[in-house]
Design a protein around this ligand. Sequence first.
Ligand code: DAU
Length: 292
Amino acid sequence: MDSPNFRFVKADICDRDAVYRLFEEECPDIVVNFAAESHVDRSIEDPGIFLQTNIIGTSIMMDACRKYGVHRYHQVSTDEVYGDLPLGRLDLLFTKETPIHTSSPYSSSKAAADLLVLAYYRTYKLPISISRCSNNYGPYHFPEKLIPLMIANALNDRSLPVYGEGKNVRDWLYVEDHCKAIDLIIHKGQVGEIYNVGGHNEMTNIEIMKLICKELGKPESLITFVPDRKGHDLRYAIDPTKIYNELGWLPETSFNDGIRKTIDWYLKNRSWWEEIISGEYKSYYERMYSNR
Ligand code: DAU
């Protein structure tokens, strides 16, 4: 952020005037859309804002790219657009050919955005690319998501709420590896293509929670089984062969190293997440977990 060519502007991607003004001021050559409403549980509670930001916001960003002529628009999507895979079928992975088959309002809004991106490519020849990544973790992860939530709760000796039986599987990737993949795609990836990004690092939720307890020296008795998430996807697993073959991308951070770095970051940056969990987030947490 200290870099002379860095500028932070706080604006809503659904605010067309603000977006166009920014494009006029900065004349970007590449646009990467990381902006999204991203939490599945919040989308189950209230889908509207997900449709607004994830679909309308994407269309406004792409309209700006068309109007001001960018060289590349990149959409940061998610493996959740493929729906889920059965547990115990390790031979099955998501590939670029896997049909879209969404489960939650969140994943449906991301899938709708992806279709819109592909439509802008075909209809207007907007030079686009899409990446669909598995679950990220690392520093600055908002403490409503599994890993940061469990670290924060364990540090405060609060219960660790695991949905259902904790057997759902996610494919975890350290956030910097995801960023490196996006960097490669926008510079060397093909226009009009979809790249799946994942780390071949499948773990059950309960395994993750036990690992966090162990690393923090907290008892596993903090783990509490709570009723399952509605429509809960069983397993995600990405086949990243295409991005490896075409662009040479491979994850560099092992889960053991990444989770230690992440826990260390949360220990050293307590004030960052404590401020978050004492604000609006507190009422969200009560709504989501108190009667569960
Ligand atoms: O796969 C990529 C997706 O990963 C992204 O597109 C989403 O934006 C991101 O939120 C994430 O979705 P998940 O639903 O997999 O992430 P979350 O951290 O919410 O949950 C991970 C797993 O942990 C999931 O099986 C639900 C479970 N879970 C989650 C929470 C918050 C619990 O058991 N207890 C919890 O309190």
